[in-house]
Design a protein around this ligand. Structure first.
Ligand code: ADP
Ligand code: ASP
Ligand code: MG
Length: 468
């Protein structure tokens, strides 16, 4: 067996957890399994790096020193618990101190110029994984495993220069990973690769999007032609709903690539939305499983015909942090190209549209976008469209959430939509917008954010998702 194992932030959140990860990896490696490991930053570290970078931009230097000091303490503590050998501890401490001193310089630089570009933001974000990977490497060495540590860049992951959401150049990347990691994996050495971070063709650090270590894992899986990619996390697998909203949510033992991708895109955040792209063509199965309950096999995602179960609805997700933008105007009626103009304006300003709904009257178009982008969307649409005869008003609601109901068997099953909407109506909740893609894999609708969790609970109950 050859496996890529990815460990998320909570799986490497503390020294104890990192030791447990080292136990797991060496256990598999002993049993004739060749393993490559991908690690995330320690839980919460990427968020805190993003926060401090924003503070540094506002020239708030006093935070920097306190922040780096705390970050150093956190990692030194993890090292002292995860690694027993004093010699290895010393080596990893040194790497950690050097890395944090580099981070301090970067943050001070941002503070002086008062500017945080997407490029420098990625550079700051990369420190989370650059700090976690050496600890996992040290813990494995401590277990007498043969191991070698790589950044995404050193491993050969090359992306475009779309900082923040960089896209890997798959053929080049595959070639480099095979060349650099292939031989050492074959020899039984365990490479530890930083998730999430890569480099563009000029060697500048990029990141593949938040939660992107999953993506790193599947990229590596394809390049190394592994048997399976295992995503170790803090839940038993992909569940029928976010267990934080519905504690009785049930683990789904099998999903098709299509279903899992749909769930990832629609907020079942157990996996990065683009993580399945590389493995679909190569037909490499992906398993989502729990570090704490390693005896469970978790959710297996394959190209097998998913629809073994007969239920139409498999899962329900809630996507928060979104806003609804409405463009209205009688002038759009029968005017070819008016929707194109709206999309063009948003696209050119880097605003991704997550969901669209229009009325047959053509006088209104509603779109869902990330909430952080609503100001930019309103101003660019107003500048580009108002006063030109077609659009009379652009408005936004930023207290909404999307509920997505998913399942491959919804395709062709009648009455699912009516059951969903009757359930929402019976809960006394108003629906603001509806969309169903022609794939029929999901029905999504928008409600006020304060009602989101109640809607998810009502639908989970109506379709008895907690029962097998
Ligand atoms: P990691 O740090 O391991 O990458 P994430 O936080 O990215 O973990 O993803 C795991 C979390 O995703 C879980 O703790 C859970 O709260 C959340 N989640 C949301 N929806 C689902 C779902 N349908 N199934 C499983 N987990 C979900
Ligand atoms: N550390 C990164 C993040 O928090 C990547 C990951 O965890 O997958 O987004
Ligand atoms: Mg994640």
């Amino acid at each position: 067996m050859k496996i890529v194992m990815k460990f998320g932030g909570t799986s490497v959140g503390t020294g104890e957890n990192i030791r447990h990860v080292a136990d797991l990896v060496t256990e598999y490696a002993k049993n004739d399994c060749r393993v490559a490991v991908v690690v995330s930053a320690l839980a919460g570290v990427t968020n805190s790096l993003m926060e401090v970078a924003c503070q540094a931009k506002k020239s708030d230097a006093k935070h920097i020193e306190a922040f780096t000091k705390e970050l150093l303490q956190k990692h030194l503590k993890a090292i002292s618990i995860a690694i027993k050998s004093k010699v290895i501890q010393k080596e990893v401490n040194q790497i950690t101190e050097n890395t944090i001193s580099e981070l301090e310089k970067v943050l001070t630089g941002i503070c002086y110029v008062g500017e945080l570009t997407p490029k420098s933001k990625d550079y700051v974000a990369s420190f989370g994984e650059r700090l976690s990977a050496p600890i996992v490497w040290g813990a494995l060495k401590d277990h007498k495993a043969e191991t070698q540590c790589f950044t995404g860049k050193e491993a050969g992951i090359v992306t475009d220069s779309n900082f923040g959401e960089a896209e890997p150049l798959m053929n080049y990347t595959t070639h480099l990973i095979r060349e650099r990691l292939g031989p050492i994996v074959e020899k039984g050495v365990i490479p530890i690769v930083t998730g999430f971070i890569a480099a563009d063709q000029n060697g500048v650090v990029t990141t593949v999007g938040r939660g992107g270590s999953d993506y790193t894992a599947t990229i590596l899986g394809v390049a190394l032609s592994v048997d399976e990619v295992w995503i170790w996390t803090d839940v038993d697998g992909i569940m029928t709903a976010d267990p934080r909203i519905i504690p009785s949510a049930r683990m789904l033992p099998e999903l098709s690539y299509q279903e899992a991708a749909e769930m990832a895109i629609f907020g079942a955040k157990a996996m990065h939305p683009r993580a399945l792209e590389p493995v679909i063509e190569a037909k490499i199965p992906v398993r989502i499983r729990s570090t704490m309950h390693s005896e469970n096999l978790g959710t297996l995602i394959t190209d097998a015909d998913s629809a073994k179960s007969t239920s139409a609805v498999k899962a329900v997700a809630l996507i928060k942090d979104v806003a609804m933008v409405n463009v209205n105007g009688a002038g759009m009626v029968g005017a070819p190209g008016s929707y194109a103009k709206v999309f063009d304006v948003l696209g050119k300003n880097g605003i991704n549209i997550m969901m669209v709904s229009t009325a047959v009257s053509e006088a209104n178009i509603s779109m869902i976008i990330r909430r952080s982008l609503v100001g930019r969307a309103l101003s660019t649409l107003e500048i580009a469209l108002l006063g030109r005869g077609t659009v009379s008003e652009v408005t936004a609601e930023d207290d909404v959430a999307v509920v997505a109901v998913m399942g491959a068997n919804m395709k062709g099953t009648t009455g699912v939509a009516s059951r969903i909407f009757a359930t929402v109506a019976n809960a006394g909740i108003n629906i603001r917008m509806i969309a169903q893609g022609s794939s029929e894999l999901n029905i999504s609708f928008v409600v006020k954010e304060k009602d989101g969790a109640a809607v998810v609970r009502a639908i989970h109950k109506e379709f008895a998702l907690d029962k097998i």
